[in-house]
Design a protein. Structure first.
Length: 134
């Protein structure tokens, strides 16, 4: 287990629970009206802040997942997802601005075809996190 977070298990569980609920809500919003979430991404796709947020959020969530693996219902799964988030951090940091912008443009080009599927995946992932922690 990665013991780098200066918080106790209940605080980590609460943070992951909040992230799970917010992911569920985002998934519902995507299914109801994909332009709500994808519009924000589209409007900010050229901004450095989007890449910084993508890296920072994955870093925090990855550390939370790894740290909370021992208290979850699915420790190995949480650990693997946490390490995948850390790999995404390294990848997003290493690909540079132009490739990140190209990646976002490519992902947004799939919105019409797969946008609601992404919402369903977000609902499932958020629900999994909530179930794994509660």
């Amino acid at each position: 287990m990665l013991d780098v977070l200066p918080y106790d298990e209940s605080q980590i569980a609460a943070a992951l629970l909040l992230f799970g609920v917010l992911t569920l809500i985002a998934g519902v919003a995507i299914i109801v009206n994909p332009d709500i979430v994808f519009g924000v991404l589209r409007r900010n796709s050229e901004e450095l802040g989007l890449q910084v947020l993508a890296i920072g959020a994955r870093r925090v969530v990855g550390a939370l997942l790894i740290h909370s693996a021992g208290i979850s219902r699915f420790p190995r799964t949480m650990d693997v997802i946490g390490w995948l988030a850390i790999v995404a951090v390294i990848t997003f940091a290493g690909i540079g601005r132009n490739n990140f912008k190209r990646f976002i443009a490519w992902a947004l080009s799939l919105q019409k075809t797969y946008g609601r599927v992404a919402g369903l995946i977000a609902i499932c992932f958020g629900g999994f996190l909530v179930y794994a922690i509660v």
